[in-house]
Ligand binder design. Structure first.
Ligand code: ADP
Ligand code: MG
Length: 405
């Protein structure tokens, strides 16, 4: 497989239904799914109070669920081995005496977080998971998993007297986003800024969202690349990335320290021409990335909203993406050779713009390419990776897709 094709909704539903029946011996009561996401621009800005511009992928994580009359959650995933079992009354935070080991944390963590919000006690659940969102590729398989089960818990909650489906409104979906963030931070123990869950739950087909992390407000902006003969090609570098978590935490801490020194709550509060002389060289570079990346993201959104994606406007959009990559490479220092080679090769083969996406240290790059050059870019990146002795890259055709439901 070199192109990772998204499953149709039917295919995903059939897969999880079969897995559910085989594992639990009865038919699931409902099937839910949630997309992975790709961030078009605005990287490492969410935890700095800035803007990001993500969209939902056509690649989704599917959950087949059955409601239980106790507090037990039995889980199986086609991507993991064996049936796991967790009692919702025994869920502890990641740093407590009884943390939830491994991937079930992302599932039961959402129920735990909803209860922390004051929602009704959740029933137990049998759940079977399958997904075509690649793991650890910077495309947020973790958020896709949380959001797919968040929607399932939501449907159970809506059956309770006096409760209603949170997915029916953007406000309700925002509450689910908060629960998913808490599941990932507090139960799975993985730091995350919140962009991923907002994208998976609040995006719309055909659009990106401009997400303001300061107040979690969003604006939907149409992003119909097909109409102008363009494609957003995702290059999953499949580079090994062991350092990611520690490095992410380090970047976050540096940003917080810099904001404190400069007397602002978030780096996003700084003026574009703020005096950074008080900062160390390292802090200055990280801060410069955040300030310039926020400006690029706003400019990108303004261009998208300003007219057709052709000519000068299109060239400028591409330029902003490529500048974003340079800033992440030089100032934020989160790229790896695979990401740099993917971006430079895409640009040499006619991409209008290209950049790494997601947290970095491996993961994926994206390239804005005219449809007739997509195959050329794929072939060139594959060949160049082979020359460098990198892992074989995978490719995904990204199209702004539907949210969790
Ligand atoms: P990503 O960039 O893909 O979100 P993360 O490291 O944040 O990478 O999340 C990947 C983790 O999420 C996996 O190691 C696993 O614990 C969990 N996960 C994601 N998708 C699934 C799935 N389909 N089945 C089981 N666990 C999953
Ligand atoms: Mg993740």
């Amino acid at each position: 497989m070199i192109v990772n094709e998204a499953w149709s909704l039917d295919e995903g539903a059939n897969r999880v239904s079969d897995l559910f029946e085989k594992s639990f011996g009865y038919s699931p009561h409902a099937i839910h799914s949630a997309p992975g996401r790709v961030n078009v621009i605005g990287e490492h800005t969410d935890y700095n109070g800035g803007y990001a511009l993500p969209m939902a992928l056509p690649h989704r994580t599917f959950a087949a669920v059955g409601k239980r009359d106790d507090r037990v959650v039995r889980l199986i995933s086609a991507q993991e081995t064996g049936i796991r079992e967790v009692n919702l009354d025994e869920v502890g935070t990641y740093d407590s005496d009884n943390p939830v080991e491994g991937w079930p944390a992302y599932v039961v963590g959402v129920a735990w977080a909803l209860e922390q919000q004051g929602k009704p006690k959740m029933p137990g659940m049998d759940v079977a998971i399958d997904s075509c969102v690649p793991f650890g590729a910077g495309l947020s398989s973790s958020a896709a998993l949380e959001c797919a089960v968040a929607v399932a818990w939501d449907a159970f909650m809506a059956e309770e007297d006096g409760w209603y489906a949170l997915i029916a409104s953007d406000k309700g979906r925002s509450e689910l986003v908060e629960a998913c963030i808490s599941a990932e931070n507090d139960i799975a123990g993985a730091p995350t800024g919140g962009m991923d869950q907002a994208a998976s739950l609040r995006c719309e087909e055909g659009s990106v969202i401009l997400l303001d992390s300061k107040d979690s407000s969003i604006r939907h902006i149409p992003f119909d690349l097909e109409a102008v003969g363009l494609e957003l090609l995702v290059i999953d570098t499949r580079a090994p990335h062991q350092l990611a978590d520690g490095q992410y935490a380090e970047r976050r801490a540096t940003c917080e320290a810099s904001a404190k020194k400069l007397g602002v709550k978030y780096l996003a509060d700084l003026e574009p021409d703020a005096d950074l002389s008080e900062l160390s060289e390292n802090e200055r570079k990280r801060t410069r990335h955040v300030i310039t990346e926020i400006a690029r993201t706003l400019k990108f959104a303004e261009l998208l909203e300003g007219g057709e994606l052709t000519g000068e406007r299109l060239a400028e959009l591409g330029q902003l993406m490529t500048e974003s990559h340079e800033s992440l490479r030089v100032d934020y220092e989160v790229t790896v050779p695979e990401l740099d080679v993917a971006v430079s090769t895409a640009l040499e083969n006619g991409a209008i713009g290209a950049r790494m996406t997601g947290g970095g240290f491996g993961g994926s790059a994206i390239a804005l390419v005219s449809v007739d050059k997509v195959d050329q870019v794929i072939d060139a990146v594959k060949a160049r990776f082979e020359e460098h002795g990198f892992n074989e890259p995978h490719f995904l055709h990204a199209k702004p897709s539907a949210p969790a439901n």
